[in-house]
Design a protein around this ligand. Sequence first.
Ligand SMILES: Nc1nc2c(ncn2[C@@H]2O[C@H](COP(=O)(O)OP(=O)(O)OP(=O)(O)O)[C@@H](O)[C@H]2O)c(=O)[nH]1
Length: 259
Amino acid sequence: MTISVPRPAAVNPDNDPRDSRSAISSLEQILIQQPISEVIRDRIEAAGDPYFANDNIAHHLSDEEREALKLEIQAKLQSVFDSLIIDTKNDHNTRETARRVAKMYVDEVFKGRYYPMPKVTDFPNAKELDEIYTLGPITVRSACSHHFVPIVGQAWVGILPSDRVIGISKFNRIVDWVMSRPHIQEEAAVMVADTIENLIKPKGLAFVIKAQHMCMSWRGVKEPETKMINSIVRGAFRSDPYMKKEFFDLIRAHGFHEC
Ligand SMILES: Nc1nc2c(ncn2[C@@H]2O[C@H](COP(=O)(O)OP(=O)(O)OP(=O)(O)O)[C@@H](O)[C@H]2O)c(=O)[nH]1
């Protein structure tokens, strides 16, 4: 499907994405012929890679293209606000909202799609530590892929290490990177567990996430109390019931409650 070049005709000058286009001048020609999202999408499809809402596509776009993408999103958001019949030309509160939201999506709340994984240094398990360690609570911020409204909650990690370890702050960074995409919680939990497992191949891995979904509290059934808990237990935590119990006892000491 060909979508016309995102070039808002009647946008407030203060809100005109063209103002910042000098930064992407080398992409000007491509943008005139084809929206940058289409260029990137064609590239992903040619590589046979998925681009679901919770997939990371960072390796398919350059920094320059990411900037161009924000401008395209801004222009399209502006037409959503126009269709919502909001006078963004004269309303001082919404005049720059299209730009703000485009930037927020790409650089902040969905950065886990458009930016590569943070650098994670791993070290040898020099003392051959063979005991469980747990970490938490880790603050979880995400958005549900059904309504694009926030998911907020907490997560806990349990590791029985093998021969590699990573710095503890890296668990927070990995959770933040994976969660910063539109998600459903079940898949998010699996993705975090897979990412940690691929990095350090622990003998045991446990990951618990407990979160509240604004699509259930702010709208829809409007139930502010319900939370969803997912737990992933792998390796020794799955095969050894005592180890699994120890993990849950430890994270209860770290503030985890089932209700
Ligand atoms: N399994 C699962 N469901 C979720 C998650 N986040 C949101 N949902 C639910 O996804 C469902 C989407 O249902 P639909 O019937 O397509 O959407 P809807 O008509 O807006 O549904 P209501 O929310 O019931 O008003 C809703 O019940 C949401 O509560 C999640 O992380 N996991």
